[in-house]
Design a protein around this ligand. Structure first.
Ligand code: HEC
Length: 128
């Protein structure tokens, strides 16, 4: 007499496999290298509703919103001044963001704002 083979407990095995696969997926997914902070992303999330995605000003922007693409005006602003404006706001319509952006975020945000004006609004350095 041959022994009857044990019925494969397929369902159980599949469930176990799926479970461990999902564990693997869970481990492998969000622990990759951190996404680099993007000045553009910060700008689009916090500033574009007034200044517009390209810096020219949104249609529904409050009165007096600055056109950030004007090289003439932007070149008069130091990075420190831009940082203060973002931190403290400008009454009545530019809101104060306070400590919302940590220093590294602030840096990439200001760099992004700077390149909205073409040619890049860097102050002249050599007197020419
Ligand atoms: C609710 C609308 C609004 C939002 C949101 C907003 N701004 Fe402004 N922003 C203004 C207005 C209005 C002015 C003009 C203020 C003035 O000169 O009185 C201004 C001015 C500025 C200036 C010129 C500052 C100066 O010293 O003349 C810069 C630079 C600026 N904003 C950057 C930003 C950045 C960066 C963000 C996002 C972190 C942002 N703004 C978010 C409305 C806004």
């Amino acid at each position: 007499m041959t022994p009857t083979p044990r019925p494969p407990r397929r369902a159980l095995r599949c469930a176990a496999l799926l479970y461990s696969a999902s564990l693997w997926a869970g481990c492998a997914e969000p622990t990759g290298p951190e996404r680099p902070i993007s000045g553009e992303r910060i700008y689009l999330q916090n500033c574009a509703r007034c200044h517009g995605p390209d810096g020219r000003g949104a249609a529904e922007a409050p009165a007096g919103t600055r056109d950030l693409t004007q090289p003439g005006y932007m070149s008069t602003l130091t990075d420190e001044r831009i940082k203060m404006t973002i931190r403290m706001g400008k009454a009545p319509n530019m809101p104060a963001f306070g400590g919302r952006f940590a220093e590294p975020s602030m840096k990439v945000l200001i760099a992004f704002v700077r390149q909205l004006a073409a040619p890049p609004a860097a102050p002249a350095t050599d007197g020419r």
